[in-house]
Design a protein around this ligand. Structure first.
Ligand code: SME
Length: 161
């Protein structure tokens, strides 16, 4: 029987595919839409997508999964926690996270990774939800942070949003 690739190998392949997908495409929405589709297809996430930092709100961007909350008001929820802490937030059980915003009741665990522009400003987040508890581990943190790093090049350095 052929062994299934482990998660780290899957992420390696996803990273290569991400580079290829975004290469030469000068359109943020088109690129993020393709990256969301790739992550959903390759890693089978329940929900995966992007929120843009726009002043006091996070605003829904390209995603794959069930329809989601359009606006996330500062400072509530897991996505804002990642922006305000400036680091990846892993939540093994969303019901234990004070202020968690439930866009879909099927979501049980979550990981949110900040995406910075070249100037280091956080411009968006990559949000992934699972319908299983404790779905995200170190391999997901490393893999999704590497994807987020690749996406840095897509954002112009000026702030705003
Ligand atoms: N759970 C997120 C909201 C976005 S949905 O998961 C798609 C949060 O608490 O910020």
């Amino acid at each position: 029987m052929t062994a299934l690739p482990d998660k780290a190998q899957l992420y390696e392949a996803v990273l290569e595919e991400t580079s290829r997908l975004i290469e030469g495409v000068d359109d943020l929405v088109a690129n993020l839409a393709n990256v969301a589709a790739l992550l959903k297809q390759r890693l089978g996430f329940f929900w995966v997508g992007f929120y843009f930092v726009k002043g006091e709100r996070l605003v829904l961007g390209p995603f794959q999964g069930t329809p989601a909350c359009v606006y996330l008001p500062k400072p509530r929820g897991v996505c804002w926690a990642a922006v305000l802490r400036g680091e990846t937030v892993v939540v093994p059980d969303v019901h234990q996270f004070p202020g968690h915003i439930a866009c879909d009741p099927g979501s049980r665990s979550e990981i949110v990774v900040p995406i910075r522009d070249r100037g280091g400003n956080i411009r968006a987040v990559l949000d992934v939800d699972s319908d299983q508890l404790s779905a995200f581990d170190e391999a997901d943190v490393r893999g999704l942070e590497s994807v987020a790093k690749l996406l840095t090049a897509l954002f112009p350095t000026s702030g705003g949003g």
